[in-house]
Design a protein around this ligand. Structure first.
Ligand code: FAD
Ligand code: NAP
Length: 519
């Protein structure tokens, strides 16, 4: 993120897009863009970018881009889809840039080499899911021109499904429909299974390493809201049990949706959102609140430790998405309790910024209002903690949020940990989140220690003060034994995290010993 000039916030951008100004320079016309044409628009004062086949004139957006002009220029005049997916695939660019749409990329006819059917050629170069994607785009855009080709591609489509055929199955009784997914993977647990069933739409996603398998069907008949999910962890079998609304015999499960029965990289799967109800909002500090959201009845998912979700709201007619890291309702002192596993509620600790676009809108939600919540994301792996002897957590402000579940996990489930230390940087005493709970936890569990460091303390503050620095870190970040295995997790404002990582490296910690929480 770079500091933007005054008048260049997201809200200012939304206002500009609503002003009726011609942002493409094409007076509302949509055109077909050739690669040649696209490549000519590669300057700051004339910049077009292609994302997923659509071309946007991002020239007017330059000064509003939170990542800076230089980042945007990396894709100038080219297909920026991969770059976009790497950096922020969760941003709804279709909504943000809709007034900048120039048109579609023109499709180049592909010449097939003699004697080799085009469809086979593509089979060699594309993965199964890409073939499906490819097929669908072709069907949509070019069906009129490629009758014979689409027939061959249909056969290929079946071939792809045949490969995945034995992964899922379904059966019925008078009152139930059971969808069974055989992952053939060990240790499939509730954190890896995400099920949503609303309005006759069934979506069941299974995470297998960095891949995702999806069952997505428009059900043949109505089912009730209650959905049960059974997981046989050892054999990797997942059952989704639906209750029929009417006791009739189903001839088929339903119509497959676009991503149905595909096994693709997680990052290639679009984010899925469901509407959750705001059920409570409690004050944590003068500017930070704990929001409790209730999942719909047909939804089953757990946010794994160290992962975040995206919230989506329509603000002034534009979809705005921001990431938040679920916490627990409180820091459990009695480790028999597992409050985060009720499977129904998500707790978010959110700082409300006085000029914040998203958090102001969030704070204005009333009890019973709905907000869209995405599937979990993030690259933190619990195994990083499970092999450590010392866990050191560096948090700045709400950068504390990923540390909450992490602390609970470490102190309840990781027996090899000897020390767990939180070094918590805040501006003032009033900003410290869950200070009492942290102090109580430190009192109760001798492995845990907390250190508060204030950057703008009052005169009465007798504790440590300062900003993150090499000297503060060398004082507090230490191995309990000379050769002990350490994991250092860091989260806070981006420059805090970046500087922290650098200081840690200067102090001799390796990249493998550091995990930074970022989007
Ligand atoms: P914005 O409109 O983005 O503004 C934020 C602040 O910056 C305001 O004070 C605003 O006045 C100021 N500002 C805006 N634009 C500029 C500018 N150009 N120059 C200078 N100042 C500016 N936050 C939490 O509270 N809890 C969480 O659990 C949490 N989890 C996160 C997880 C991840 C992975 C990431 C990346 C972030 C997380 N955040 C979390 C931060 C969150 O996503 C939002 O960034 C935050 O809520 C601010 O959103 P906003 O739209 O209200 O503020
Ligand atoms: P804040 O109150 O502004 O700052 C917290 C502490 O960090 C203060 O001591 C502050 O010192 C210090 N700090 C701020 N900027 C710094 C910098 N450039 N260099 C060194 N120290 C700095 O923090 P906040 O408003 O709660 O913001 C929390 C941040 O964490 C947000 O940016 C949010 O996006 C991020 N976050 C990320 C994740 C994630 O990636 N998973 C999760 C949650 C939150 P000063 O008094 O000197 O400013």
């Amino acid at each position: 993120q770079v500091p933007l000039k005054p008048g260049r916030s997201l809200m200012d951008w939304i206002r500009l897009t609503k002003s009726g100004k011609d942002l493409t320079g094409l007076k509302g016309r949509l055109i077909e863009v050739t690669e040649d044409e696209l490549s000519k628009h590669n300057k700051k004062e004339d910049c077009w970018i292609c994302i997923r086949g659509f071309v946007y004139n991002v020239t007017p957006y330059m000064e509003y881009h939170p990542g800076g002009e230089d980042e945007l220029m990396k894709a100038a005049g080219t297909d920026g889809t991969d770059l976009f997916d790497q950096v922020h695939r969760w941003v709804n660019y279709e909504s943000m840039l809709k007034e900048c749409l120039v048109g579609r990329m023109a499709v180049k006819p592909i010449a097939a080499p003699k004697g080799l059917p085009l469809v086979l050629l593509d089979f060699f170069f594309l993965s199964k899911c890409k073939i499906l994607h490819f097929l669908l785009s072709f069907m949509k855009c070019l069906s009129a021109h490629f009758f014979s080709l689409s027939a061959s591609l249909n056969n290929l489509n079946l071939l792809c499904f045949a490969c995945l055929h034995d992964i899922y199955d379904w059966f019925q009784t008078d009152s139930l429909i059971t969808v069974v997914i055989y992952t053939k993977q060990k240790d499939v647990n509730a954190e890896l299974v995400i099920v949503d069933c609303q309005d006759k739409q069934l979506r069941g996603e299974i995470i297998i390493d960095d891949h995702s398998y999806l069952v997505e069907v428009d059900l043949d008949h109505a089912v009730s809201e209650d959905v049960a999910v059974n997981i046989a962890e050892k054999v990797g079998k997942v059952e989704i049990i639906l209750n029929k609304k009417d006791n009739i015999h189903w001839k088929m499960l339903g119509q497959p949706c676009e991503g149905h029965n595909t096994f693709i990289k997680r990052t290639e799967r679009g984010l899925f959102y469901r509407k959750c109800k705001l059920v409570s909002k409690t004050e944590v500090t003068h500017d930070t609140k704990l929001f409790c959201l209730m999942l719909p009845k047909g939804t089953h998912f757990r946010v794994p430790t160290g992962q975040h979700v995206y919230l989506k709201q329509i603000i002034a007619g534009t979809e705005v998405v921001k990431p938040y890291t679920p916490v627990l309702p409180f820091l459990p002192l009695d480790f028999q309790e597992t409050p985060h596993h009720d499977g129904v509620h998500i707790y978010l600790m959110i700082k409300i910024y006085s000029h914040g676009l998203f958090t102001q809108a969030l704070d204005h939600l009333q009890m019973g209002d709905y907000i869209s919540v995405s599937n979990p994301e993030g690259n933190f792996k619990k195994s990083q903690v499970q092999t450590s002897e010392d866990l050191l957590l560096l948090a700045g402000g709400t950068g504390f949020t990923p540390m909450v579940k992490l602390l609970n996990f470490a102190l309840t489930e990781v027996s090899c940990l000897r020390t767990v230390k939180l070094i918590f940087f805040n501006k003032t005493e009033d900003d410290i989140l869950w200070r009492n709970q942290l102090e109580q936890l430190a009192h109760k569990d001798e492995r845990f220690e907390v250190q508060f460091i204030l950057s703008q303390p009052s005169k009465e503050w007798v504790g440590k003060q300062g900003r993150i620095s090499s000297s503060l870190l060398s004082e507090f970040v230490k191995r309990s034994r000379r050769d002990s295995k350490v994991l250092i997790c860091i989260c806070g404002p981006a420059p805090f995290t970046e500087q922290g990582i650098q200081y840690l490296k200067d102090l001799g910690y390796s990249q493998e010993e550091i995990h930074a929480f970022t989007a």
